[in-house]
Design a binder for this molecule. Structure first.
Ligand code: GLC
Length: 538
């Protein structure tokens, strides 16, 4: 494959954007990229998967040398800009969906914190950091407010799930109305919002080199409030964070209560991000000490007990139960009979993943894409585990990617289990929505994980799948079906994070140096004490 000469590709881009009269993309930092670039670029020295496959056996994508922008890119930028939300004339976020055809708006006209993350990354990658700064400052103001659900006062540091701006054309005023779960369907708590906020603050700082925002008293206090909430001591015996169901992207009852992988991975990433931004003053140092201790325990716990590969599965299958005291091997008293049938067929000889949840006598063996990708990006996964997660994605491509990237979780729950676990939720029927649906937004996370592990081919293959349909289908929120072939039953169109997720994936693949804003290198101090006698990958 030939690397496209970057100067010619830049002038081509110039011509095309002029011709199309589209917003001009900031392309200075873009450079062509092929597999060789990994070894050429110093920053990726540590990214190649140790002992892992290099990804060359992933089928070669048809669009390998496409460094002239895909027509979808300009369309996506137009759609993304249409979703902008303004406060007193300044852009402060993007609405969840700009779907005029849908009768029910619900809360899709709001700026969701989690949904804004890919929009923010797209703007940062395109050299437009102001909207991200405005968003970070606006949300920190909302965080400081008193919030109540019925008569119950929420923790001070809680970040909203979403907010909207009310324009009063007569009084000419703008008012922010935030939702901390008190209006949300099911009154779910957005535990992920605060973590995403910290992660985004780091992305902004990394991408712009402007440390002054993170250093402001407002941002330092905002971080400390979030940290106080999630580091507070309670009755827990585990370093993982205990949550109610519906506390993150999966914001309906789906059996993710307890210690869901998505929250644990975001928690870990937010703690590490905060470490790099807290000031070394008295208050900052106190939090840093608590963070170091928690990270140490959290990484050990996750890498040891959430990790599942063929060997570990076999060990659990042979577990003895009712073991008492410190010598127990089966610490959580997991009963082997509770291992679901599907997992024996699903688990390849090569590969592994962090399972959905671990708590007393309970292992939720489901695969969740977001948690596993974030675990790779945050280096919660060891390099060997990261490589194994990518091996699994390759080995189980049909199940985990199928016809539309990326499955939110696998497998779906159905029949009696669906009735019990979801409370008969008609939106989360099998292979739909949160219950095994396919979410295009996850493409950016998959792409980032692919780049970090040195397997761009996998991302390219996934992006090709998305390009075949996303624009034509009107950027749906999610797809349904075992292989993600059908536009979701109740999917919104022009879902902003589907649009932004695609743009971020494209920009990262074209210029992998963008990865730095959303990825953390392995921290040598948290290297795991591997307690088992075998290696992580078999
Ligand atoms: C749905 C999704 C949630 C998302 C929101 C706005 O509630 O489950 O993850 O943030 O829509 O798009």
């Amino acid at each position: 494959m030939e690397a496209v000469n970057s100067s010619s590709s830049i002038s081509e881009l110039d011509d095309i954007s002029r011709l199309l009269d589209r917003p001009r993309l900031n392309i200075e930092r873009k450079r062509s990229f092929d597999e060789r670039s990994f070894s050429e670029m110093g920053i990726f020295e540590t990214l190649n998967s140790p002992g892992g496959r290099s990804g060359w056996d992933t089928p070669v994508s048809s669009a390998r040398n496409s460094f002239e922008p895909h027509p979808m890119v300009a369309e996506a930028w137009d759609a993304l800009r249409r979703s902008l939300v303004y406060f007193r004339g300044q852009p402060v976020g993007t609405i969840a969906a700009y779907d005029h055809a849908s009768e029910e708006v619900l809360n899709y006209d709001q700026v969701f914190v989690r949904d804004f993350v890919p929009s923010a990354l797209a703007f940062l990658m395109n050299g437009e950091p102001d909207i991200v700064k405005n968003f970070l400052l606006k949300t920190i103001q909302i965080q400081g407010r008193e919030k109540k659900i019925d008569r119950f006062k929420l923790g001070e540091g809680a970040m909203p799930a979403s907010f909207k701006i009310l324009h009063d054309p007569i009084k000419k005023t703008d008012t922010v109305i935030a939702d901390f779960g008190e209006s949300a369907i099911g009154r779910v708590a957005p535990v992920d919002s605060g973590f995403w906020w910290i992660i985004l603050l780091r992305a902004y700082t990394k991408s712009t080199g402007d440390t002054s925002l993170a250093e402001t008293p407002e941002c330092q206090k905002g971080m400390r409030l979030i940290l106080s909430l999630c580091l507070s001591e309670g009755f827990d015996t585990f370093p993982t964070l205990l949550c109610a169901d519906g506390c993150s992207m999966v914001d309906r009852r789906m059996g993710v209560y307890g210690y869901p992988i998505e929250i644990q991975a975001l928690f870990f990433m937010a703690l590490r991000s905060a470490m790099s931004m807290l000031k070394h003053d008295t208050e900052g140092k106190e939090f840093m000490e608590r963070i170091v201790k928690r990270l140490h325990a959290l990484s050990f716990h996750m890498r040891s007990y959430f990790w599942l590969d063929f060997q570990q599965l076999n060990d659990i299958y042979r577990y003895k139960t009712e073991e008492y005291s410190h010598t127990a091997v089966n610490k959580f008293n997991v009963i082997p009979d509770s291992i679901p049938e599907w997992v024996f067929d699903f688990m390849p000889l090569r590969g592994g993943y962090f399972i959905g949840n671990v708590s007393p006598a309970r292992m939720d063996f489901r695969w969740f894409a977001l948690g596993n990708c974030v675990a790779i990006l945050a280096s919660l996964a060891t390099p060997e585990q990261s490589a194994a997660i990518m091996d699994l994605i390759e080995e189980r491509w049909e199940e985990l990617v199928g016809e539309m990237p990326v499955k939110i979780c696998h497998p779906a729950i159905e029949s009696h289990e669906w009735r019990i676990v979801t409370g008969c939720d008609p939106k989360n029927t099998r292979w739909s929505y949160h219950n095994g649906g396919s979410w295009p937004v996850l493409l950016w996370l998959l792409t980032a994980a692919c780049i970090k592990t040195g397997r761009p081919q996998i991302a390219r293959r996934a992006i090709d799948l998305a390009e075949a349909r996303l624009l034509k289908d009107g950027w749906p929120e999610y797809y349904d079906g075992k292989s993600g072939r059908f536009i979701g039953k109740q999917a919104r169109k022009y879902q902003t994070w589907s649009i932004a997720g695609y743009l971020v994936a494209k920009m990262m693949l074209e210029d992998p140096s963008h990865l730095g804003m959303i990825s953390l290198e392995e921290d040598k101090q948290t290297k795991p004490v591997i307690k088992r006698s075998y290696s992580w990958t078999c």
